[in-house]
Design a protein around this ligand. Structure first.
Ligand code: IMP
Ligand code: MG
Length: 189
């Protein structure tokens, strides 16, 4: 089905996304100047954000990937059961690690990743997240670089999926409320 059939509204336009990512890239380049920066992208949702952000970071940096699944009972819930689907290929000890994530919802996923990576002794560990739904938080998370704070609505596009589709869209859209029930029971990655 055409993606537009699922859209309630276009929440963030391609232009607004790119402009905000340019700002984040500038700040990160400034803050990490002279440091050994390693971006860690949380798959799959963070992939569009990572590749655009990299092009706005003007200092040398490495990248690595990790895949996490938050086993939930549908698009509305994460019950805190998080598992690693794919671990890093890099040793992060003594490196300045910046986690690049698509969205913080309950906070369980990032809480898990932060605790896991902290135990590996990086020189520093920070979070860069494109979207935040603060009203849904169950675990407190400090976000160092945030793109947009958004309302409690299911969103898709720009890396975020609707049943594994539409990650390729250059924008963030909200899901039509009458389409919700179709997507109950999906794991979140
Ligand atoms: P949390 O553990 O509840 O914070 O969930 C975080 C993960 O759930 C994110 O990394 C996303 O992959 C996924 N997620 C949460 N909200 C949405 C949404 O509105 N659209 C698509 N994926 C979402
Ligand atoms: Mg994610």
């Amino acid at each position: 089905m055409d993606w537009q059939e699922y859209v309630d509204e276009i929440l963030i336009s391609p232009e607004a996304l790119q402009s905000r990512i340019t700002d984040l890239g500038t700040r990160i380049s400034h803050d990490y100047a002279g440091k050994d920066l390693l971006l860690i992208c949380v798959l799959k949702g963070g992939v569009m954000f990572l590749t655009d952000l990299m092009r706005k970071i003007t200092i040398p940096h490495g990248i690595d990937f990790m895949a996490i699944s938050s086993y939930g009972t549908g698009v509305r819930q994460s019950d805190g059961i998080v598992r690693i689907l794919m671990d890093l290929s890099t040793d992060i000890r003594n490196r300045n690690v910046l986690i690049v994530e698509d969205i913080i919802d309950t906070g369980h996923t990032l809480d898990y990743i932060l605790r896991l990576l902290k135990a590996r002794d990086p020189a520093s560990l920070r979070v860069c997240c494109l979207l935040d739904k603060p009203s849904r938080r169950q675990v407190p998370i400090a976000v160092d670089y945030l793109g947009f704070s958004i309302p409690d609505k299911y969103v898709f596009g720009y890396g975020l999926d609707l049943d594994e589709f539409y990650r390729e869209l250059p924008l963030i859209a909200t899901l039509r409320p009458d389409r919700y029930n179709q997507f109950i029971g999906q794991d979140k990655t």
